[in-house]
Design a protein around this ligand. Structure first.
Ligand SMILES: [Zn+2]
Length: 389
C-alpha cells in the first residue's frame, strides 16, 4: 500500500493501471474528460446538460455506458482525482498523479453540497441557490431556503421561502416567497456597485497589502539585512577605490559578497513561498473581477460569497448588508423584482472594519508573478476571505 499500487476495484475514469508497475497512471484519452466534467460543473452547468453533450460526442463512462447525471456523483466525490491514494484507513496525499487541481475539486464539492442543501435531497433539477446561508426572513429571522413550483403552463419557477413557513406553515410565518433569479441578480449588481467604487477598491488594496505584510514576518527582516549589507559593501568598495586597504579588506569583501548572495537566495525562497502581490497586480485583478460576466452563475457565486454579508427579506422591502462596508442598503421589493439593471446613488464614503482582509489568488498571469515562479490555479479566479465579518 505504501507504494500506492492499485489494489483492485473499478479503475476510475481518467486513470490506467500500469501492467508492469501496477501503479496509477494518467490516461491521456480519458483524463481530459474528467477535467472537463469538473470545470463545466464548477462553472454552473447542470449535470444533465454535461452528460448529454458528452454522450453526443460518443464518450462513455468507465463501464462503457452513456453518461447520466448520476455518473458524475461518484466522479465528483473521488479524491483520487486530486492525487489522494487511499488504502484501508491510510490516506497518502500525492500518492497518485493528479487529474484535477484542488481548487477546482473544492469548488465542485461546494456546488454539489449547495445543490443538496437547497433541495434537501439529491438534486432533482440542477439549480444553485446562491444566497443559501445568507438570506433571512425579515419577519421571523429564519434562514430562507430554495423552493420551486411549476405553473400550469409548465414553466418552473424558483423561489426563496422562509424556512419557518416552509416547515411549519403559513400560520407560523406569512412572509411572501421571493423569486430567486431577480433577487440574486439584484444582490450581485448592487454588490458590484457598492464594493467596486474607487474608494473601496483603494481600501481593499490597502488591506491586502497590509495583510500580506503581516503574514510574512521574515521577508522584511531579510530585506533590511540585505540593504545593510549592500551599504557596507558599497562603503568598502569606495574605500578600495580610494586606495584605503588593510590586510583584512579582501577577506571582509568576500564575507560581505557571500552574505549578500545568501540573503538574496533566502529572499527569493521566501518570495517563492508566497508571491508578494503588488498594488498594480491587485488592482488589475479586482478590475478583472469587476468586469467579470455577471450572467455567469460562478461569477455571481463568487461575488455573493465574498462581498455579501446578509440579506433580509420583508414583504415590502429587502435589506442588503455587505462585507467591507457598514452601509446597509434598503430597497423596495418592487425595485428588486422589477429590474436587474439597478441604478442606485453612489455609496457614501465607506469605512472598512479593521481585521477584514482577503487574499487574492488567481489564474490571470501577470508577468512578474509568473517570473516569481508562482503557479496560479486553473479556472475562474478564486477569491477567499478570511476573518470576514
Ligand atoms: Zn419567516
Amino acid at each position: 500500500a505504501l507504494q500506492c499500487k492499485y489494489n483492485g476495484g473499478v479503475v476510475p475514469l481518467g486513470f490506467t493501471i500500469g501492467k508492469e508497475d501496477r501503479l496509477y497512471h494518467i490516461d491521456p484519452e480519458t483524463a481530459p474528460i474528467v477535467q472537463e466534467i469538473f470545470s463545466r460543473y464548477a462553472d454552473g452547468e447542470p449535470a444533465e446538460k454535461i452528460a448529454t453533450s458528452l454522450n453526443e460526442r460518443g464518450l462513455r463512462t468507465r463501464t462503457g455506458k452513456p453518461f447520466v447525471k448520476n455518473s458524475f456523483f461518484q466522479i465528483f466525490r473521488n479524491r483520487r482525482y486530486i492525487g489522494e491514494y487511499r488504502y484501508k484507513d491510510i490516506v497518502t496525499p500525492g500518492g497518485i498523479p493528479t487529474i484535477v487541481d484542488e481548487d477546482l475539486f473544492n469548488r465542485v464539492q461546494q456546488r454539489f453540497e449547495q445543490n443538496k442543501i437547497a433541495h434537501g435531497r439529491p438534486a432533482k433539477e440542477d439549480v444553485s441557490y446562491l444566497l443559501t446561508t445568507k438570506l433571512f426572513c425579515g419577519k421571523c429571522g429564519t434562514l430562507m431556503g430554495g423552493e420551486s413550483g411549476t405553473s400550469h403552463m409548465g414553466n418552473t419557477y424558483y423561489y426563496y421561502k422562509c424556512g419557518n413557513a416552509k416547515r411549519h406553515g403559513k400560520a407560523h410565518c406569512d412572509l411572501k416567497a421571493i423569486r430567486k433569479e431577480p433577487l440574486e441578480r439584484f444582490v450581485v449588481d448592487t454588490a458590484i456597485k457598492v464594493i467596486f467604487s474607487d474608494e473601496i477598491i483603494e481600501q481593499l488594496i490597502d488591506l491586502v497589502i497590509e495583510a500580506q505584510q503581516k503574514e510574512n514576518t521574515r521577508l522584511p527582516v531579510l530585506k533590511d539585512q540585505l540593504r545593510d549589507t549592500e551599504k557596507r559593501l558599497a562603503n568598502l568598495l569606495e574605500a578600495i577605490e580610494q586606495g584605503i586597504l588593510t590586510p583584512t579588506t579582501k577577506q571582509r569583501l568576500d564575507e560581505l559578497e557571500a552574505r549578500k548572495e545568501a540573503l538574496n537566495t533566502s529572499i527569493l525562497e521566501e518570495e517563492l513561498k508566497k508571491p508578494v502581490l503588488t498594488r498594480e497586480w491587485i488592482r488589475f485583478w479586482l478590475e478583472k473581477f469587476r468586469k467579470g460576466d455577471v450572467g455567469s452563475t460562478e461569477h455571481q457565486r463568487q461575488i455573493i460569497d465574498t462581498f455579501v454579508n446578509s440579506v433580509y427579506v420583508f414583504d415590502d422591502r429587502v435589506v442588503l448588508n455587505f462585507n467591507f462596508t457598514d452601509d446597509a442598503k434598503t430597497v423596495t421589493r418592487e425595485e428588486v423584482l422589477g429590474s436587474s439593471a439597478v441604478d442606485n446613488a453612489p455609496p457614501h464614503p465607506q469605512t472598512i472594519r479593521s481585521g477584514d482582509f482577503f487574499v487574492a489568488d488567481g489564474t490571470e498571469r501577470e508577468p512578474e508573478q509568473v517570473k516569481a515562479g508562482y503557479h496560479y490555479g486553473s479556472g475562474i479566479l478564486p477569491f477567499a476571505i478570511f476573518n470576514s465579518v
